[in-house]
Design a protein. Structure first.
Length: 312
């Protein structure tokens, strides 16, 4: 018996990395799985291959589970609708979507081409829209549906060289929150996860020095794709029915709940008075300055905090 017995789950990006482990673990937990993966390169520059998705589906079937493969792109809305129909035709329904499908095209923003921007936004942001929009009416009608969308610390904290990826991932966090708010009355849940794991994405980051090489070795050993995958499967199960609208992180065996933007300081003029350009500079900005965030990346849980700059 598993927490997903009787459920049908669509896993995108299921041929490699975290997606692969999501598909395998979902099947181990009793789900019937549609394994989707375009089978393309990390930059999304090729036509892809049906091989990776089918290999994972075969592995699930060999272990006694039920799975079918799909090698269409999440960037194509009609293709995603086809994934939903495939789930319904093959397994009689669909109850959850886990959506880690993604690509990287890293470069400094002042060197970023329109193609590099558009392609990353298309796969991550448009892809998230497609898988949610193609399933939301079904989930609402059956009063049963769960999404696990994939954000990133590159969006939540920022990361140099990833303006396209970070922008898309921050947008996904907003999308997930609103889907959760709108879906609450129909038992439709959405959460998102910012994973840290040793995958072909993290392997693509250049090694600059020996310290970076040492960190990468530790990461490969301790920060594995099965860890965020296990969390993703748990959160789309009926056992987590009370959880929605949250942003989580998983790094190794550390699970994090992230804060969400809320006002941390306010400056208000009395009735009848208005802020001027001069008073904003002289009063409002100095009052808020002690609570400004610096440009360092926020430290992960359990790591050494970055040096904090003092406000001017």
């Amino acid at each position: 018996m598993g927490v997903l017995d009787g459920k049908v789950v669509l896993v995108t990006g299921g041929g490699n990395g975290i997606g692969r482990d999501c598909a395998l673990i979902a099947a181990q937990q009793g789900a019937k799985v549609v394994v989707n993966d375009l089978g393309g390169g990390l930059k999304g520059e090729d036509e892809g291959s049906a091989g990776p998705a089918e290999q994972v589906a075969q592995e699930i079937r060999a272990a006694g589970g039920e799975a079918v493969s799909n090698s269409e792109s999440v960037t194509n809305y009609k293709a995603v609708q086809g994934m939903v129909e495939q789930a319904r035709d093959t397994f009689g329904g669909l109850h959850a979507v886990i959506n880690p499908a993604g690509i990287l095209r890293d470069t400094m923003f002042h060197k970023m081409s329109e193609e590099d921007w558009d392609r990353v936004i298309d796969v991550h942001m448009r892809g998230s829209f497609n898988v949610c929009r193609a399933t939301i009416e079904l989930f609402r009608d059956q009063n049963d549906g769960a999404y696990m969308l994939y954000t990133s610390t590159s969006g939540l904290f920022g990361n140099i060289g990833q303006a396209n990826y970070g922008a898309a991932k921050m947008g996904i966090a907003g999308l997930s929150r609103i889907i959760a708010m709108e879906g609450a009355r129909n038992n439709v849940r959405s959460n998102c996860i910012a994973p840290v794991a040793w995958t072909r994405m993290t392997q693509s980051v250049p090694i600059k020095d020996e310290a970076a090489a040492a960190r990468r070795k530790v990461m490969a050993e301790k920060v594995r794709p099965d860890q965020p995958a296990r969390f993703s499967v748990a959160l789309v199960s009926p056992a987590a029915a009370q959880v929605s609208g949250q942003i989580f992180g998983v790094s190794g065996e550390t699970i994090m709940l992230y804060s969400q933007p809320r006002p941390i300081e306010t400056c208000t003029k009395p009735d009848g008075e208005a802020w001027t350009v001069d008073s904003i500079i002289k009063e409002a900005v100095p009052k808020m300055a002690p609570k400004f965030f610096d440009l360092n990346r926020a430290p992960m849980a359990g790591s050494q905090p970055a040096q904090q700059k003092q406000p001017a």
